[in-house]
Design a protein around this ligand. Structure first.
Ligand SMILES: Cc1cc2nc3c(=O)[nH]c(=O)nc-3n(C[C@H](O)[C@H](O)[C@H](O)COP(=O)(O)O)c2cc1C
Length: 175
């Protein structure tokens, strides 16, 4: 697991080659095995590989979602907000499980934040995506994860540059 974490970086440029159906199956299984508070599983995962839809997903935000148009696959992570009061945590956990699964398959991925982000001056990214994906009112979109074969090998974060000052043994010590 540490090997996967050591090599993981956010990838926003992908080769045109598709993510295979076997890989999609494994990604989906990983998502469905993600832990949720009280086992409520409030999430819904929308798997998208249609180029036109990927293009539309990429327009969810003015900034920070354009890379989705270059990805051969995207998974929208949304939740039924009535099912759990901690759907945000459940969705975020599912998202990182997905990203680490992708990394283990030598696929690159990147998170596009949706919750609390604008689409434009009038609409939220959440409202835009809910309309696009025809999600019920009580649903909310947490994020979209773009996935594909990385174009370039990004340099891992070096071990000696990790922010060790954020770790406190025994008691918090301001740095
Ligand atoms: C909660 C969260 C939201 C993020 N939102 C975006 C986003 O909207 N667009 C984007 O391109 N990257 C997004 N990222 C990726 C971060 O920019 C990236 O993880 C960070 O710059 C560190 O780079 P690394 O993942 O390569 O270590 C997000 C990451 C997280 C964890």
């Amino acid at each position: 697991m540490l090997d996967i974490l050591r090599q993981r970086r956010s990838v926003r440029f992908f080769k045109p080659s598709p993510v295979t159906s076997e890989q999609v199956e494994q990604l989906v299984e990983a998502l469905l095995r993600a832990p949720t508070s009280r086992g409520f599983r409030p999430w819904e995962f929308i798997v998208i590989d249609d180029p036109e839809m990927l293009e539309k997903l990429s327009m969810a935000k003015g900034q920070g979602s354009a890379f989705l148009a270059r990805a051969p696959l995207a998974i929208v992570i949304a939740a039924d907000t009535i099912k759990s009061d901690v759907w945000i945590e459940d969705c975020a956990i599912a998202a990182i499980v997905l990203q680490l699964m992708a990394e283990s398959l030598n696929l690159g991925s990147c998170w596009a934040q949706v919750r609390n982000r604008p689409h434009d001056a009038e609409r939220t990214a959440n409202a835009y995506l809910k309309e696009l994906l025809q999600l019920p009112d009580r649903f909310a979109v947490e994020c979209v994860i773009g996935i594909g074969h990385p174009v370039e090998a990004k340099i891992p974060h070096p071990a000696d540059r990790l922010p060790q000052n954020h770790v406190h043994f025994g008691a918090y010590k301001p740095s």
